[in-house]
Ligand binder design. Structure first.
Ligand SMILES: Cc1cc2nc3c(=O)[nH]c(=O)nc-3n(C[C@H](O)[C@H](O)[C@H](O)COP(=O)(O)OP(=O)(O)OC[C@H]3O[C@@H](n4cnc5c(N)ncnc54)[C@H](O)[C@@H]3O)c2cc1C
Length: 396
């Protein structure tokens, strides 16, 4: 068991930390309040190669794995810049296209994803289906060589910043009629499509969210969106299910890393404050265990989550997908809870200052609260652990 990062990973962490601190939480909040995006940070991170650390070198990436991308997510968040688009674009979209796309799709999309000039967001959630992906109602049907995509998606992050959206849909296969080329009973297979965000028939509508973030969520309406044959990820419909699963572990691990980084950021801010703030004579408020212990407790929770993230990323990069699935879900659960605890505890430790914009912790309350719901809720992770680790029957 090795708890150390490699010298290269250490260097990456230091360099990303320096970049994050150059921008800082003030920059993140200013952009969010102005309704703007963190474009400068994104572009600089892209130029420095941090957005493509997990993309193969032949496509302009760093040739590393999810361990490296988790470092980038964590360190930017630890500097007060938690970027959700790192989770959807390099973690989910780049992994899916790299592992299951065609050669042509890899060549077309990966270099831009690696240098950050291209963003691809991810759309699976639907209003009617929610956590139950078996109920997805977005369908793709053939029209000659083309595909026509129809359905609705909700809470889709970053559509306004991205050139493409990776849409999870279902395709009917087998027409069930005797004598036809495919007489098997008709069933719906999942399939992923790379859809330009300016495609005719695709409309977006921004959702008002109570999260202070420069990244926005959208409702998407797809009304017979016409796509060429090669918009389908992979060579055939058989790529759909594995492609969908390919994005899950990177998503869980990197979002967990973002949570752990946010937790570290909040605890660091609060500790700096409580170590110097004096309201009872000469002693700092951090001397009081009623202030210090909750912060110490939160620090323990964040560190435990970081250990699980490291384990999950190591297993994933070693190709041990099933074990990484368990560890990744546990890491996401642990980090989501730890981040929410850390930010709430930090706000309390700062007293009134905790609620100001200036001290920069309450600004994260909405984001960490959402981290217990998205991209997979704490309850769905507990369901997963109950079934796959504890051997319990499924209740739903
Ligand atoms: C900030 C943010 C960004 C997001 N970005 C994206 C994105 O980019 N792309 C995308 O596709 N989606 C995105 N989502 C959607 C997110 O993944 C979903 O909100 C999440 O998966 C939960 O689905 P739901 O909201 O439909 O909740 P529901 O499925 O309606 O669930 C509501 C509640 O019931 C619980 N619940 C449901 N079923 C069970 C069960 N069987 N057992 C126990 N409890 C259960 C849930 O845990 C939850 O607490 C985002 C959401 C947010 C908040």
């Amino acid at each position: 068991m090795n708890f150390d990062l490699t010298p290269e990973q250490d260097q990456l962490r230091d360099a990303v930390r320096a970049l994050g601190r150059k921008y800082g939480h003030g920059y993140f909040v200013e952009k969010a309040k102005a309704g703007a995006h963190t474009t400068e940070l994104w572009q600089e991170a892209g130029r420095l190669g941090y957005l493509g650390v997990n993309i193969p070198t032949e496509y302009g990436g760093g040739g590393g794995g999810i361990t490296e991308l988790a470092i980038v997510c964590e360190e930017l968040a630890a500097a007060g810049c938690p970027l959700l688009l790192l989770v959807v674009s390099p973690a989910i979209a780049a992994t899916v296209i790299n592992k299951h796309g065609t050669d042509e799709q890899r060549k077309r999309h990966l270099p831009g994803l690696a240098d950050g000039s291209r963003k691809i967001v991810f759309a699976i959630t639907e209003p009617e289906a929610g956590s139950n992906f078996h109920r997805l109602g977005t369908v793709a049907r053939r029209d000659g060589d083309d595909w026509l995509l129809t359905g609705r998606k909700c809470y889709i992050s970053g559509v306004d910043e991205a050139g493409h959206v990776l849409v999870v849909a279902r395709v009917a296969v087998g027409d069930g009629s005797a004598g036809s080329a495919d007489a098997s009973p008709q069933k719906l297979k999942p399939a992923l499509f790379i859809v330009p965000t300016d495609a005719p028939g695709l409309e977006k509508s921004k959702l008002d969210m109570e999260i202070l973030s420069p990244e926005n969520q959208f409702l998407l309406y797809l009304d017979d969106v016409r796509l060429p044959a090669d918009a389908l990820v992979g060579e055939s419909l058989d790529a759909g299910l594995p492609a969908l699963f390919a994005g899950l572990n990177p998503e869980r691990i990197t979002v967990a890393a973002m949570g752990a980084g946010t937790g570290r950021y909040a605890i660091e801010r609060a500790s700096a404050y409580t170590a110097t703030r004096k309201v009872w004579g000469g002693r700092s408020i951090g001397t009081h265990q009623g202030v210090a212990h909750p912060l110490a407790h939160a620090a323990v929770q964040v560190e435990l989550a970081r250990l699980m993230i490291h384990k999950a990323a190591t297993l994933y990069d070693a190709g041990r997908d099933l074990e990484a699935g368990v560890a990744g879900n546990m890491a996401k659960y642990a980090a989501g809870e730890a981040a929410a605890l850390a930010v709430d505890t930090a706000v309390q430790a700062l007293g009134g200052a905790g609620m100001t914009t200036e001290y920069g912790v309450a600004t994260l309350l909405g984001a960490v609260r959402a981290g217990r719901i998205a991209p997979v809720s704490r309850e769905m992770i507990l369901n997963f652990v109950a079934q796959h680790v504890l051997g319990q029957d499924k209740s739903y």
